[in-house]
Design a protein around this ligand. Structure first.
Ligand SMILES: CC(C)(COP(=O)(O)OP(=O)(O)OC[C@H]1O[C@@H](n2cnc3c(N)ncnc32)[C@H](O)[C@@H]1OP(=O)(O)O)[C@@H](O)C(=O)NCCC(=O)NCCS
Length: 219
């Protein structure tokens, strides 16, 4: 049975990350930018969504805090070494001035529409708790209705518009935020969302990887 899970990105993932970005963004981040983020975990957290067609592997001896926490969040999903799956999406969050800022989120095109974006967003919000922020914000292109809809389903609302935000075409950005992720109501919502998503990912048959460049060596 195919399996999906998330854990921290590592430097070894960057080729796969950049392959996803190349087909997701008109101005992808450089490798240097990702390296900077990966090397400052006190302010930045980068998570990856992974896929394996193999059955679950028993937990690694050194299971990361994130994987432990996500195992609790997505109890039915397996905990496996990060080298055992293909990277199919990724996201990042940065703490700045006490606010969690979602810096990037992308899913490989052939995996979209199966809940992987929502899985990553859950992982990023989990990291927001770990970074001890209440408010979570992001910018999204005004034309990116698909992403806006994903964010709206998590309770993000549009609080501002920044004109000419994107340098490639001068498009405006909507600023979306969740003002307080620490409320009981929001935590209950997250729990319900993660339970539903976990069931969906178990029963949904997302396609197997089609793009060799996105595959990590299975070991
Ligand atoms: C935005 C993105 C990350 C979403 O990833 P995804 O894996 O397709 O998202 P999901 O499958 O979890 O979908 C989550 C929600 O988005 C919405 N959605 C999904 N597919 C959609 C579609 N084709 N059209 C409109 N809305 C859609 C739905 O509300 C969906 O919720 P549902 O599954 O309960 O119906 C992905 O489309 C992507 O990588 N886009 C390019 C990069 C990008 O724009 N990143 C965001 C930058 S701000």
């Amino acid at each position: 049975m195919a399996r999906y899970w998330i854990d921290y990105l590592q430097e070894v993932d960057l080729d796969a990350v950049q392959a996803v970005d190349a087909v997701s963004f008109s101005t992808p981040w450089s490798r240097a930018t990702y390296l900077q983020e990966l090397r400052s975990p006190q302010h930045h957290r980068c998570v990856g969504a992974r896929f394996s067609a193999q059955p679950a592997i028993p937990p690694a001896q050194t299971v990361s805090t994130l994987r432990n926490r996500l195992r609790m969040l997505f109890r039915p999903l397996p905990v496996v070494p990060s080298s055992a799956g293909s990277l199919i999406g990724h996201g990042g969050i940065m703490r700045t001035a006490g606010v969690g800022h979602i810096t990037t989120l992308a899913v490989a095109p052939q995996y979209r529409g199966h809940g992987i974006g929502a899985l990553l967003l859950l992982g990023l919000i989990e990291q927001a708790y770990d970074l001890q922020v209440r408010r979570v914000e992001l910018e999204v292109r005004v034309s990116n209705h698909h992403a806006q809809r994903l964010y709206t389903t998590f309770g993000f609302t549009c609080v501002a518009r920044i004109p000419n935000y994107y340098p490639d075409n001068g498009e405006d950005a909507d600023v979306m935020c969740i003002p307080d992720i620490t409320t009981i109501a929001f935590r209950e919502y997250l729990k319900a969302r993660s339970d539903a998503l976990s069931l969906r990912l178990q029963r949904d048959k997302a396609p197997v990887p089609l793009v060799p460049a996105l595959d990590q060596a299975e070991s």
